[in-house]
Every structure is written in structure tokens, then in C-alpha cells.
Design a protein around this ligand. Structure first.
Ligand code: ADP
Length: 335
């Protein structure tokens, strides 16, 4: 049986980076400055003010949390902020920080104004989270030195740093941690026009000359997600390399159809999810666990990756009684 993680890497619209992508300059496609970062206008405006004022006051930026579905640009923003502030960024993730001492060591190595970026911050263990409370507020941590009767708590001062957390599940963040962030910023899916801009720019970087019609067609299939737009670009570049005419609309449509992306960017897992709601459960509300068991997929994959976009396009509804396919969801799946 294929495991869910294996299956995820087979998804065309999966935003996960794949090992075979080394020839694709994903890193060079990542914007480095706010002015190159497309979309998320409210967030950019807010950040520009915060960054400018922190620079004038010569202080570290206040702690920030970015939340929203995967691959919308949270990590990219954290790196842009470091770049704009002219400081170092140290990146880690909730599950990677296993012991309190790991975090203390990271914190004590930060220089004045540096940024600590913690991806999937909701997955930090509670005892590790506690270290952050005083770290974020008082820029110090209490550590135990010595052993036995000589053991004692000592306050270790830290340089004034900025914590940037990213999460797909803001509700899973404990309130003491959440309350210590001054800025809680939500990333939304991108409009087709914004994705079009990203496609236009990135296609030029990788020497593809896409016209407006092709760009629009691809943008509609990128699920409002920059990384998926980049993923599609990579795939069509591969087809171009082996001699397919990707500049011909019909041929491109066939390629996208062959690789399992439909007219709205839904892939096999999205369609399987909708089909399961429609056919197995006859359109009645169903709990996430039941759907996951019926499909043979992990609940977290459905909740974090599949559902946000289906909710966004109005193909499903979520209520306390469960998930339900909508009329337009039924129409799309029956096409
Ligand atoms: P997240 O941290 O939310 O999962 P990332 O920051 O890793 O997402 O973004 C995934 C990729 O999408 C990046 O490598 C970058 O190339 C691209 N990207 C994200 N946001 C933007 C944007 N606003 N403009 C252009 N490209 C973007």
C-alpha cells in the first residue's frame, strides 16, 4: 500500500519540494524584497511601517506570527523581513526543536536584532514553549546550572531578537504563546491576477515565453498558491524541454489533463474527497475522521492541504455536524 506521505509527493499540486527539483531554481524564484513580493497587500503595508519604524528607532522588530494554508509565502516573508532589516535569520521548526537545551542554545546565539523563524510553531512541545515566554518578553531565560545540592536557577540574558512564527493552525497555538505576539497576520489565497504576475515573472526567469492567455490558463489551475504555480511552471518546462508545444493552448490543456490537474487546479485527491462526500455519504455532513478513513488519507493532510482550497472555492461547507459538499461542488465533480 502506498503511504500517505508517498502519495503526497506524487500529487502534482503538492507544494512540497521534491528531490528531483534540484535543476529548478526555486530559490532564485523566491522574492528577496518586499517590492518583489506579489499580493498580501495589507500584510506588506503593515510590515513596511513596522520595519521602517524599527529601523528609525534602531530596535528589533516586534514578534510576528504568520498563519494560513501551506505554501502561501510565510517562510518567504520571514526571509524578506530579515533582508529588509539587514539582520541574520535562523530558521527552525516546531518538531525539530526537541529539547529545552536546543532552544536555549539557539536563543543564546542570536545577535541583537536577529530573527528566529520557527515554522510549524504550533508543534512546539509545551515545556519548550515555556522557554519562549520569558525569552520573548524579558529577553532572558532561566536555566539550571550545577547538579545535586549545588544546582540553582540562573537567569541567562539574551540579545533583543525577533521571533517570527509560522503556522497553518493558529487555533492550536496555546494562548500564553499567542498573547506574546504583537502582530498576528493572516495570509490569504492569491487572486488569479496575482498568481498570473508571479507566473509571468518566473516564466521569464526560466526562459519560457508565455503569452497572456497561457498565463491566465495556468493561473486558474494554481489554487491561489504561489508554490503550486511554480510547480506547474516546472512541469511545463519539462514538457517544453522534451519538445511539446506548451505555447499551444490545446496541447497545454492536454498536458495538464494528463498530469491530473483539472480546469480549477483540483487534483485526484481533491476530486476523490468530493466524490467520497457525494457518493459514499450521499451529500450528508460527515466528520473529518470518517472521510479520512474512507479515502485512506491522513486527517491532517485533508485538513491542511485539501480542505482550505475547497472551502475557498465554495465546493464544501464545514459545520459542527461535519463536512458537506455544496451544489457547486457537485456540479464541478459531475462535469
Ligand atoms: P509557506 O512558508 O507559507 O509554506 P513559502 O514561503 O515556502 O510558503 O512559499 C513557497 C514558494 O512560493 C516560495 O519558494 C516562493 O518561490 C513562492 N512565493 C511565495 N509567496 C510568494 C509571493 N508573494 N510572490 C512570489 N512568489 C512567492
Amino acid at each position: 500500500m502506498i503511504s500517505s506521505s508517498q502519495r503526497d509527493t506524487q500529487r502534482i499540486v503538492s507544494g512540497k519540494e521534491k528531490s528531483s527539483d534540484t535543476s529548478f531554481p526555486e530559490n532564485t524564484l523566491r522574492p528577496k524584497k518586499i517590492e518583489d513580493y506579489v499580493g498580501q497587500e495589507k500584510i506588506k503595508k503593515h510590515l513596511l511601517v513596522s520595519i521602517s519604524s524599527a529601523k528609525i528607532r534602531k530596535e528589533a522588530l516586534e514578534h510576528i506570527i504568520f498563519y494560513g494554508p501551506p505554501w502561501l509565502g510565510k517562510t518567504t516573508l520571514a526571509n524578506i523581513i530579515a533582508n529588509e532589516m539587514g539582520v541574520n535569520i535562523k530558521s527552525s521548526s516546531g518538531p525539530a526543536i526537541e529539547k529545552q537545551s536546543d532552544l536555549v542554545s539557539i536563543l543564546s546565539n542570536l545577535e541583537e536584532g536577529d530573527i528566529l523563524f520557527i515554522d510549524e510553531i504550533h508543534r512546539l512541545k509545551p515545556q519548550i514553549e515555556e522557554i519562549l515566554y520569558t525569552g520573548m518578553e524579558d529577553f532572558s531565560v532561566d536555566i539550571m546550572v550545577g547538579t545535586g545540592t549545588w544546582a540553582q536557577w540562573v537567569k541567562l540574558p539574551l540579545k533583543k531578537f525577533t521571533l517570527i512564527g509560522a503556522t497553518t493552525k493558529l487555533s492550536c497555538l496555546s494562548s500564553p504563546l499567542r498573547d506574546r505576539f504583537w502582530n498576528i497576520l493572516k495570509l490569504d489565497f492569491y487572486s488569479d491576477q496575482e498568481i498570473g504576475k508571479i507566473l509571468q515573472k518566473n516564466s521569464q526567469t526560466i526562459n519560457l515565453n508565455l503569452d497572456d492567455i497561457i498565463v491566465k490558463m495556468l493561473a486558474k489551475r494554481a489554487r491561489g498558491t504561489p508554490r503550486i504555480a511554480n510547480r506547474i511552471l516546472k512541469i511545463i518546462r519539462d514538457y517544453h524541454t522534451i519538445g511539446k508545444n506548451i505555447y499551444e493552448q490545446k496541447e497545454l490543456e492536454n498536458i495538464l489533463y494528463d498530469i491530473g490537474i483539472d480546469s480549477l487546479g483540483l487534483d485526484y485527491l481533491d476530486r476523490k474527497y468530493l466524490q467520497t462526500l457525494l457518493e459514499k455519504f450521499a451529500g450528508w455532513p460527515v466528520g473529518l475522521g470518517t472521510i479520512a478513513a474512507a479515502i485512506g488519507e491522513e486527517e491532517s493532510t485533508l485538513e491542511d492541504v485539501v480542505e482550505p482550497y475547497l472551502l475557498q472555492v465554495g465546493f464544501i461547507e464545514r459545520s459542527p455536524r461535519g463536512r458537506k459538499i455544496t451544489f457547486s461542488g457537485k456540479e464541478h465533480i459531475n462535469q
